[in-house]
Design a protein around this ligand. Structure first.
Ligand code: IPE
Ligand code: IPE
Ligand code: MG
Length: 235
């Protein structure tokens, strides 16, 4: 089976999952966090090497203070406790996004989890937090400009070379999954998505279990990836 090396998930629909059940939106985030824990391990078991997930966008600060606080508290709690299991599996946790506007305890929890898992080599879980795709490109362009000022020769600069200016040097995304029914990318990993296959599902993220993930892998298996070229005898 042809397993994608790098899978990215826009974990959407937590709020609607809760509202549908007459619960507070925060309960959807709590359920979503449990789903993520299971999926991270399952993805690795299926042979996925890198899993990137959209946990909180730069634009999610537009939400109520109550919801933002709940999400930040949940993230801190997860980084400090629940990720034990993920770490034991040999998964290295990376956090991508801007460090500005984040609370001290959130920053500390990020350092803690990255430090604790830094020598793990079985797979990577990249958590996008206070993350924006355009922001990542801008921040990368600023770093590149500094290198140019310091004498970097860019006469042969290629698109592959820009990856090291992103938040972490990760491979391109092979498969993007968006749960929750919306058909958009909402400013997620714009540089890394250039040739990825897209899989959209109406399932809300808390319900996106292992078998739903397997469906996405199955779909991926049957896609022709051409990267601008032509495949002889293609469908
Ligand atoms: C995604 O679920 C999680 C975050 C954005 C933090 P939402 O909270 O966007 O859920 P819906 O889209 O309102 O249902
Ligand atoms: C994208 O979902 C962000 C995350 C999943 C963290 P949103 O719910 O914020 O996106 P829009 O507002 O529907 O585009
Ligand atoms: Mg949403």
């Amino acid at each position: 089976m042809n397993i994608p090396n790098h899978v990215a998930i826009i974990m959407d629909g937590n709020g609607r999952w809760a509202t549908k059940r007459g619960l507070d939106r925060s309960m959807g985030h709590l359920e979503g966090s449990k789903t993520l824990e299971k999926l991270a391990i399952h993805a690795l078991d299926r042979g996925v090497k890198v899993l990137s997930v959209y946990a909180f966008s730069t634009d999610n600060f537009k939400r109520s203070q109550k919801e933002v606080d709940y999400l930040m508290n949940l993230i801190v709690k997860y980084f400090n406790t629940k990720f034990e299991k993920i770490s034991k599996k040999g998964i290295k946790v990376l956090v991508s996004g801007r460090k500005t506007n984040l609370r001290e305890d959130v920053l500390k929890a990020i350092d803690n989890i990255e430090e604790k898992t830094k020598n793990n080599t079985a797979g990577i879980l990249n958590i996008c937090l206070n993350y924006g795709g355009q922001e990542e490109i801008i921040d990368g362009a600023i770093k590149l400009a500094k290198d140019i000022n310091n004498g970097l020769d860019i006469s042969n600069f290629k698109r592959e070379d820009f990856y090291k200016y992103l938040y972490h040097e990760l491979p391109p995304i092979d498969l993007l999954i968006r749960t929750g029914g919306e058909l958009r990318v909402s400013n997620f990993m714009l540089y890394e998505l250039s040739y990825s296959e897209f899989y959209f599902t109406n399932t809300y993220f808390p319900d996106f279990d292992k078998s739903e993930f397997n469906k996405a892998l199955f779909m991926y298996e049957n896609r022709d990836r051409r990267f601008g070229g032509i495949i002889e005898n293609s469908k």
